[in-house]
Ligand binder design. Structure first.
Ligand SMILES: Nc1ncnc2c1ncn2[C@@H]1O[C@H](COP(=O)(O)OP(=O)(O)OP(=O)(O)O)[C@@H](O)[C@H]1O
Length: 455
C-alpha cells in the first residue's frame, strides 16, 4: 500500500474538495485541520508528502514546515498560500518547501506538482489518469500547457498547420493530437514522410496513380491525399519536398482538388493538411529551396515545439511515463529511479529530444538487474552533464542540487522565464539567480556574466 498524502487545511469545504481531487487521482490521503493535529498524525503514520495551507489557526504552515523538515528532512512538503502572499511563499521555499502553490489551487497544477515531487523522491506513483484532452502528450511545463491550449483552440478549424521543432520533439504526436481533438477524429490520420521517399515516388505516393500511368503501375492506387479522405494528412519533413512536387502540392491546395497520375479525373481534396519540419523552413525559402507561396499556404497556423532542454520540467514526468510504459511492455515489475539519476536526466541537454530519452529508458530497463535505475547505470554523456556524485538508493537524504534545480526552475516557469520576476519570487538578486542557473546547467559559463538585460 503506497504511503498517503497528508493534507493540512482548516477550511472544511476546501479540504473536502482537495481530498476528492487527490483520491480521484489514485492517491490515498490523511487529513488534519491544524498544524497541531498534523503533528499528531505524523506520530501515527508516515505520509509520502505533506500538502499544507500556509495560514492555519495556531501554528502556521511555515512553522509546521520547519518542524517537519527538522525531524524528517526527506519528507517532501508543498505549501499553499493565498494569492498575493508572495513573501510567505518565498519564506516557505527558504524554509525548505519543495514547492508552493497559490490559491485558488489549480487542480491540474496540484496533481502535476505532487507527481513530480514524489517521483523525485523515488516514491511509486498511481498510474496517470488519462485526461482526454492531453492526447498522450506528457509534460507539465508551461510550453506543453500552452501547446495543449493551442491544440484545443485550432483543432476544430480546417486551417492548415505547420509544426516546427527539432527531431524527436513530438511533432507527429502533436499532429495526431490535433487530429484527435478535431471533428475529423473518426476519419483517417495518414502520415507521409516527404524526406524518406525517393524523389520520383513522392508524387505518386501523394496523388496516387492509375494503372499504366508509368512502367510498373500494374494496378491503380489511391494516394495519401485520397486515403486521408475527410481526415488529416500529416506531411512530415515537408522542407525536404522536391521543388517540382511543391508546385503540384500548392496547386492542389489552392484548387482543393487534384488528379491521380495517368488520369484527368479530378478528386476533391477534403483532408486537413498538417505539415512538419525540423529544418528552418524560412531559411529554405530565403535560399530558394522552398516555395514562399507554399510556405504561406501551409503556415496558416504555426505551432512550435521547443526542444526538451528548454522545458526541463517535462523530463521527470516523461522519465516516469516511459519507465512505466517500457516495464509494462516487457512484463517487468515497475521500476524506480534514484533522485540522483533523475537529476542527471534533468541536467542533460537531450540533443535527440524525447525520442532519445525514450530509447535510453528502454535500454536501461532492459539491461537493468536491480529494479532501480541508479546514477551509476547512466551512460557517460549523462554523467558529464552533472559532474560526479554518488548514488543514494531509495528516497535518499535530502537532495540539495535537485531541490535547487526544482526551486529555480519552478520560479522561472511561473514567471515565463522572466529572470527579474523569478529573482523577486525567490527573494534573491538577479545576479544570484543567474549564478544558480549556471550551477544547475540552465546557463552556459559565458551567459552567466551578463547581469544587465532582461530575459
Ligand atoms: N510530450 C510527449 N509525451 C509523451 N511522448 C512523447 C512526447 N513527445 C514525444 N513523445 C514520443 O517521443 C517519440 C518521438 O516523437 P515524434 O515522432 O512525434 O517526434 P518528431 O518531432 O515527429 O520526430 P522527427 O522530427 O524525427 O520525425 C515518439 O515515440 C513520441 O510518442
Amino acid at each position: 500500500m503506497p504511503k498517503p498524502i497528508l493534507l493540512v487545511e482548516d477550511e472544511k469545504n476546501l479540504r473536502h474538495v482537495l481530498l476528492a481531487v487527490l483520491n480521484a487521482e489514485g492517491f490515498s490521503t490523511m487529513e488534519a485541520e491544524s498544524a497541531e493535529q498534523a503533528l499528531e498524525r505524523l506520530n501515527e503514520a508516515m505520509p509520502a508528502l505533506i500538502l499544507s495551507d500556509q495560514r492555519l489557526p495556531g501554528i502556521s504552515g511555515t512553522e509546521l514546515l520547519r518542524t517537519v523538515k527538522k525531524r524528517y528532512p526527506q519528507l517532501p512538503f508543498i505549501i499553499t498560500t493565498a494569492y498575493g502572499e508572495i513573501e510567505q511563499a518565498v519564506n516557505a521555499i527558504k524554509a525548505g518547501a519543495e514547492h508552493y502553490l497559490t490559491k485558488p489551487v489549480d487542480e491540474g497544477e496540484l496533481i502535476a506538482l505532487i507527481r513530480q515531487t514524489l517521483s523525485r523522491f523515488g516514491t511509486p506513483l498511481p498510474p496517470m489518469r488519462q485526461e482526454p484532452r492531453r492526447h498522450g502528450l506528457i509534460g507539465i511545463s508551461r510550453a506543453i500547457e500552452t501547446l495543449l491550449e493551442i491544440i484545443d483552440l485550432v483543432a476544430p478549424a480546417p486551417s492548415n498547420v505547420l509544426i516546427t521543432g527539432e527531431s524527436g520533439t513530438g511533432k507527429e504526436l502533436v499532429a495526431k493530437a490535433l487530429h484527435l481533438a478535431s471533428p475529423r477524429a473518426e476519419q483517417p490520420f495518414v502520415a507521409f514522410n516527404c524526406g524518406a521517399i525517393p524523389l520520383e515516388l513522392v508524387e505518386s505516393e501523394i496523388f496516387g496513380y492509375e494503372r499504366g500511368a508509368f512502367t510498373g503501375a500494374t494496378r491503380s492506387q489511391p494516394g495519401k491525399l485520397e486515403l486521408a479522405a475527410n481526415g488529416t494528412l500529416f506531411l512530415d519533413e515537408v522542407g525536404d519536398m522536391p521543388l517540382s512536387m511543391q508546385v503540384k502540392l500548392l496547386r492542389a491546395l489552392q484548387e482543393r482538388e487534384f488528379t491521380r497520375l495517368g488520369t484527368h479525373q479530378p478528386v476533391r481534396l477534403s483532408a486537413r493538411i498538417v505539415a512538419a519540419t525540423h529544418v528552418d523552413i524560412t531559411k529554405a525559402v530565403a535560399e530558394g529551396r522552398f516555395r514562399e507561396d507554399l510556405y504561406y499556404r501551409l503556415n496558416v497556423i504555426p505551432l512550435h515545439i521547443p526542444p526538451l532542454r528548454e522545458r526541463r520540467a517535462d523530463i521527470a514526468p516523461l522519465v516516469q511515463h516511459f519507465l512505466g510504459q517500457v516495464c509494462q511492455a516487457i512484463g517487468r515489475p515497475a521500476m524506480s529511479i534514484t533522485p540522483e539519476a533523475m537529476v542527471a536526466f534533468e541536467a542533460y541537454d537531450w540533443p535527440g529530444n524525447i525520442r532519445q530519452l525514450e530509447n535510453l529508458i528502454e535500454r536501461m530497463v532492459v539491461l537493468n538487474r536491480h529494479g532501480v535505475i541508479q546514477r551509476a547505470d547512466l551512460p557517460a554523456e549523462l554523467h558529464q552533464a552533472q559532474g560526479e556524485g554518488g548514488d543514494v538508493p531509495g528516497a535518499g537524504p535530502f537532495d540539495l542540487p535537485a531541490l535547487e534545480r526544482q526551486t529555480v526552475l519552478g520560479a522561472l516557469e511561473k514567471t515565463r522565464f522572466n529572470q527579474s520576476q523569478a529573482a523577486v519570487l525567490l527573494g534573491i538578486s538577479r545576479k544570484q539567480l543567474r549564478t544558480r542557473m549556471k550551477n544547475i546547467g540552465l546557463l552556459g559559463e559565458q551567459d552567466g556574466e551578463d547581469d544587465s538585460g532582461e530575459g
